[in-house]
Write a protein that binds this ligand. Structure first.
Ligand SMILES: Cc1cc2nc3c(=O)[nH]c(=O)nc-3n(C[C@H](O)[C@H](O)[C@H](O)COP(=O)(O)OP(=O)(O)OC[C@H]3O[C@@H](n4cnc5c(N)ncnc54)[C@H](O)[C@@H]3O)c2cc1C
Length: 505
């Protein structure tokens, strides 16, 4: 896509979950918006999360009631507005001697349910355990519910909606600098110059760098804390997750990951330097294997790891010494020149709270755009989210009976009701074109390029899908060459100057 010729109202810097949500919200209020992302959309922190849409049970211990209440409200809205991407997830919280006392867990869960208000999810209750996958000595547990999402696809859904509402989306475009001129901003991007009335600096771990590129001061700081996950073959039957308390009082999740795997995470390790350079260390691997094995009948070994990934949390610096205790809340910093040319910076923020964060960001910008529309995102589904997944699957099975049930489910969960358009005109399996493996066909690949800004194999294999885990080297190479043929054919789309690597173990 080329740069908007004239001036835009809002330049959003950062194509993670928060930038995507700000661009969507602003475009839906009638502002003209350009979103720039230096790499792939969701290429940084927002595709390396635990993928939980949750209030954060452990934040209660730190007294973060406002954040937990807001997150639980957002959980409910997301379950309603993006049923294809956000699904209920049952958690089992085992209790063993030496852990926080049982009465404390019970009280915490009661408060958690109370803060959720009128929730569609079941309330917490005590549970008796017997045998595998946990060690026989672990007898007591609690059961409660949160939700699980596909983080990268949640970003894409927000960006897609922003674009459908008129935003210009420019992935692989770097914000280089900006200066104020005649009451507006003159921004230099890696693809040219752009005039804008306001800047939303939603650059996550790079928020301070973007501020300095705009010669502005935010007055706040972020702390960069990396977190890693490992993926192993499925450790147990059942669709529930475990929340395990480690001997350092931190908690570690075991989460069913697609059909075949279990996701184990995460860690909290302070980092400095380039966030892109962060990767899992041997000590983190050891920590995660040990934390899981404390409870499991069969220990998790390093040799069973099939994939790992690492992200860097841009945490709002609240001066806490213990990185696990640093707040997961967010704050804004707003700076302008004589009431014009504002730059609004976002510090912190969870995946779960992105919609509300965007709403509050736009409220801060209202004084510069008094004619913009009211809050709107709470009641509007994300693209594809206008039908419950079971109803959609029933419909798709009827219209495309030649597709395997697991393939239809994957399409319904990736695209929601937009799977109808993706499959339009298909009457037989051959109509989907070449199969690269793992249920990834040429037709969907073309969709990712045309509708979801995919350009490289990583974009498709690790963010638009997780087919990277299903394909062998040959299949991945086929996807890479198909994509370069497709993107070369697409006018105005350049080769990737920047990419994230997701390392196969
Ligand atoms: C290990 C881990 C687990 C987590 N688990 C959860 C969870 O389960 N649930 C939850 O709610 N939250 C979770 N979080 C928190 C959540 O992931 C982050 O808070 C959120 O993804 C931050 O999103 P963001 O958009 O602010 O930042 P990012 O996703 O990092 O996006 C910022 C973007 O700005 C771009 N950018 C930077 N500089 C420039 C520039 N000059 N020009 C153009 N673009 C630029 C970057 O490339 C980047 O893509 C987790 C975080 C981590 C690290």
């Amino acid at each position: 896509m080329s740069l908007p010729a004239d001036i835009v109202d809002l330049l959003v810097v950062g194509g993670g979950i928060n930038g995507a949500a700000v661009a969507r919200d602003a475009a839906g209020r009638g502002l003209s918006v350009a979103l720039v992302e230096q790499g792939d959309l969701a290429g940084a922190t927002s595709s390396a999360t635990s993928k939980l849409v949750h209030g954060g049970l452990r934040y209660l211990e730190h007294g973060r009631l406002r954040l937990v209440r807001e997150s639980l409200r957002e959980r409910e809205l997301l379950l309603r507005n993006a049923p294809h991407l956000v699904r209920p997830l049952e958690f089992v919280l085992p209790h063993a001697p030496g852990m926080r006392p049982r009465w404390m867990l019970r009280l915490g869960l009661l408060l958690y349910d109370a803060l959720a208000g009128r929730s569609s999810l079941p309330r917490a209750r005590a549970l008796r355990l017997s045998g595998p996958p946990l060690q026989p000595a672990v007898r007591h547990a609690f059961r409660y519910h949160d939700a699980w999402t596909d983080d990268a696809r949640l970003v894409i859904a927000n960006v897609r909606d922003a674009a459908d509402r008129g935003a210009a989306v420019l992935p692989r475009t770097r914000f280089l600098s900006a200066e104020r001129r005649d009451g507006a901003w003159q921004a230099q991007l890696s693809c040219g110059a752009l005039r804008c009335r306001a800047i939303a600096n939603v650059a996550g771990p790079w928020v301070a760098e973007v501020l300095s590129r705009a010669h502005a001061a935010g007055g706040r700081r972020v702390r960069l804390v990396k977190g890693s996950h490992i993926v192993v073959p499925r450790l147990y039957e059942g669709a529930h997750a475990y929340l395990l308390q480690n001997d350092d009082r931190r908690v570690v999740f075991l989460i069913p990951f697609h059909e075949q795997w279990t996701l184990i995470g995460t860690t909290d390790v302070p980092v400095d330097g380039d966030p892109h350079a962060a990767e899992i260390s041997a000590a983190e691997i050891d920590y995660l294997c040990r934390a899981a094995s404390r409870f499991l009948a069969q220990p998790v070994t390093q040799g069973s790891i099939v994939w790992s990934f690492t992200g860097v949390r841009p945490l709002l610096d609240d001066g806490k010494a213990d990185v696990s205790a640093v707040t997961r809340d967010y704050r804004f910093a707003l700076e302008d020149a004589g009431g014009k040319a504002p730059v609004l910076s976002v510090f912190g923020g969870k995946l779960t709270t992105h919609r509300r964060l965007a709403e509050r960001a736009l409220a801060r910008l209202r004084r510069y755009f008094p004619a913009m529309g009211p809050d709107w995102t709470a009641g509007v589904p994300l693209p594809g989210g206008d039908l419950a997944t079971d109803a959609l699957l029933f419909e798709l099975r009827g219209s495309h009976p030649y597709l395997a049930p697991e393939h239809l489910r994957a399409l319904a969960q990736r695209h929601g009701t937009r799977a109808r358009a993706l499959l339009e005109g298909c009457g037989a399996l051959e109509d989907l074109g070449r199969h690269y493996g793992g249920g990834l066909y040429e037709r969907e690949l073309r969709w990712f390029v045309a509708r979801e800004w995919a350009q490289t194999a990583d974009d498709v294999l690790w963010r638009r899908t997780k087919c990277g885990l299903l394909l062998d080297d040959g299949g991945r190479a086929l996807v890479a060459s198909a994509l370069s043929a497709l993107t070369e054919a697409a006018p105005g789309v350049s080769a990737a100057p920047w990419r994230t690597e997701r390392r196969k173990w």
